[in-house]
Design a protein around this ligand. Structure first.
Ligand code: ADP
Length: 204
């Protein structure tokens, strides 16, 4: 029986990292899907070698790591390259995510994936938890955190699934708009208890 996986998602600046820290404080393990995807193309990895074999060494920075902006530029202008890259990466990312989740000794594991729906990772998880805020709050908090300009954050939001669709496809939602820190802690504690119970049913 595979690990019980809870997908944690939400738009940019909704509070996923903040909520994940509350789960970690309760002893849960959070696996960061973006980090796993980055690790997959580390210098020396077979996946990075495959990318270089196709696109050439100009896709590498001086220290031998993947030049992501350059790769993005390349696939933006070449549809066939984009398809090729997705077909290379997606199965490998899924496999690496499932391996990381299965290696976790806890009853359940949280898979934090900002693009859970957009990248089709929702099929890997047993339950979906969304952190939800209004778009205005997303913009304000992200700009404050990253010193980004508003237009960039709006463009990122526009490229992501809509708030309505994300919430409609979720099992649990945390309102991070108006909750106090104490209310958030209580909500996360309750969800943690629920997930432990769901995981023990799942294991039977
Ligand atoms: P995400 O991981 O979804 O991009 P973060 O957890 O980094 O979002 O939160 C975005 C920013 O908003 C961070 O600077 C964080 O400290 C802040 N933040 C998160 N939750 C709240 C909250 N309830 N009230 C005020 N600021 C918050």
């Amino acid at each position: 029986m595979s690990r019980y996986i809870v997908g944690l998602t939400g738009g940019i600046g909704s509070g996923k990292s903040t909520i994940s820290r509350l789960f970690v404080a309760l002893g849960a393990t959070v696996i960061d899907a973006d980090q796993i995807a980055r690790d997959l193309v580390m210098p020396g990895s077979a996946t990075l070698q495959a990318i270089v074999a196709r696109f050439g060494p100009s896709l590498l920075t001086e220290d031998g790591s993947l030049d992501r902006p350059r790769l993005r530029q390349r696939i933006f202008s070449q549809a066939a390259d984009k398809t090729w890259l997705e077909q290379l990466l997606h199965p490998r990312i899924r496999q690496a995510l499932l391996q990381a989740c299965d290696a976790c000794p806890d009853p359940y594991v949280i898979l934090m994936a900002p693009l859970l729906f957009e990248n089709g990772l929702d099929v890997l998880v047993q339950r979906i938890l969304t952190v939800d805020v209004s778009q205005e709050t997303q913009i304000l908090r992200t700009c404050q955190r990253d010193n980004n300009d508003r237009a960039l954050v709006e463009a990122i939001i526009a490229s992501q699934i809509s708030r309505q669709q994300r919430c409609a496809r979720s099992d649990d939602i945390i309102d991070n708009e108006t909750s106090t820190p104490e209310q958030l802690r209580q909500r996360v504690t309750q969800l943690h208890i629920n997930y432990l119970a769901f995981a023990s049913q799942h294991a039977r």
